[in-house]
Write a protein that binds this ligand. Structure first.
Ligand code: FAD
Ligand code: UDP
Length: 373
């Protein structure tokens, strides 16, 4: 039998692939990590410019409730105490997010939780439904019409390129609704930005591991498959199977980065532009993630776009039709004993970073357990 050179060929140097490679290397497995981009890190990659860590693929704020995951990432980087508190610009007014007592005051002038609850309850009673079947019904049933129309409908429809009635309800449940004056976007216990940016974590995870960038798995598939016992694939699952059951839908993004010759552009890391008239959904000012005092500032406008084969896929669109197609690919993937599918694109799930790390660690654990049996 021909000896293979690597135990694992990991396709994709994002968080899933990097955690997997790190853990398997600790178990004395030989790993090669490849990525078609010209850098490691996948979507958490940061590029240093003007002394500022630019989140090249959009704002990334680490948050988790899981102490194990928090301790894990803290082994590779020191986290600051950044708390994400985005603002929303809607119909010419600025509001605090997520939906909390500050937002309700700015919207209705309500001062107490009781007043705000009454206002929302009245609207839910009028517009809400018992079993919401889509994002619009879910939003109306959670927060009522005013909030839906001011903050959700237009933003959501430009973000996803679909009517809110055609989108799954779970997307909107990501956002907290609370009756305290608390602008923290997340409910999780642990939160922050790694000092020095996310590359510090990725470099720590991949230290001592062989990596190659600028290599597309599909351009040299046969050879790459021949050099490893197992492939860990973190790209698009439909692409892996040459789209044989049809294309899954994704949402793409275009990022427009700008350097400004001023110290402070918008006074906050994230400002959402909720109205349909703005073609972008948010402007990020990167220095504020790390409380930067640099002379210049860098901002990024995030434009949602339709995905097609020449573009990066950023978000899976988990509506019913796509889930049906995904299920077929998933069944197909189970038949391949020497390929592991993991991460946001291969699992076709709207995962955050902490969930990706947990999923990768769980996969390593599952493999180690099965080898012990
Ligand atoms: P990726 O990072 O996408 O890595 C997959 C890698 O595989 C890519 O580098 C790709 O180039 C490579 N690849 C694909 N196909 C091939 C191929 N054929 N050959 C070689 N290489 C290939 N999460 C949070 O927790 N907090 C946030 O604030 C947050 N903000 C986000 C904002 C945006 C705009 C986006 C898009 C995501 C955000 N996330 C956030 C989610 C986070 O980015 C993901 O959970 C995480 O990065 C996914 O890691 P991954 O390894 O699955 O995928
Ligand atoms: N959303 C919205 N208005 C906002 C912010 C978010 O309608 O001001 C909706 C939108 O559909 C978005 C979803 O809530 O896709 C989840 O928001 P989140 O900020 O978690 O999105 P992400 O950072 O993952 O793009």
């Amino acid at each position: 039998m021909i000896e293979k050179k690597y135990d694992y060929l990991i396709v994709g140097a994002g968080l899933f692939g990097s955690v997997f490679a790190h853990e398997m290397t600790k178990l004395n497995k030989k790993c090669l990590v490849i990525d078609k981009r010209d850098h490691l890190g996948g979507n958490v990659y940061c590029e240093e410019k003007e002394g500022i860590n630019v989140h090249k693929y959009g704002a990334h704020i680490f948050h988790t409730n899981d102490k194990k995951i928090w301790d894990y990432v803290n082994r590779f980087a020191t986290f600051n105490n950044y708390i994400n508190s985005p603002l929303s610009l809607s119909k010419g007014n600025l509001y605090n997010l997520p939906f909390n007592m500050n937002t309700f005051y700015q919207l209705w002038g309500t001062k107490t939780p009781e007043e705000a609850k009454q206002k929302i309850d009245e609207q839910i009673a009028k517009y809400g439904v018992k079993s919401p079947a889509n994002l619009e019904e879910q939003a109306l049933s959670l927060v009522g019409k005013d909030i839906y129309e001011t903050f959700i409908k237009e933003y959501t429809e430009k973000q996803w390129g679909k009517k809110a009635t055609e989108l799954p309800a779970f997307i909107i449940k990501r956002l907290p609704v609370r009756f305290t004056y608390n602008n923290n976007y997340f409910n999780d216990r642990y939160q922050g930005i790694p000092t020095g940016g996310y590359n510090v974590i990725i470099n720590g995870l991949l230290e001592g591991i062989e990596t190659k960038t600028g290599i597309d798995f599909f351009e040299d598939k046969e050879h790459l498959e021949s050099i490893a016992d197992t492939i860990v694939y973190t790209g698009k699952i439909d692409e892996f199977f040459d789209y044989k059951y049809g294309q899954l839908e994704y949402r793409s993004l275009r990022f427009e980065h700008e350097i400004h010759d001023s110290e402070n552009y918008q006074g906050n890391a994230v400002v959402n532009y909720n109205d349909a008239k703005y073609p972008y959904t948010r402007i990020i000012e990167h220095k504020h993630f790390e409380f930067g005092k640099q002379e210049k500032t860098i901002i990024t406008r995030e434009y949602p776009e339709n995905w097609n084969k020449g573009k990066e896929a950023y978000y899976p669109i988990n509506n019913e039709d796509n889930q049906k197609v995904f299920k077929r690919y998933k069944e197909e993937s189970k038949k391949l004993k020497n390929v592991i599918f993991g991460g946001r694109l291969a699992e076709y799930r709207y995962y955050d970073m902490h969930q990706i790390i947990a999923s990768s660690l769980a996969k390593v654990e599952e493999i180690s357990m099965s080898k012990q049996e």
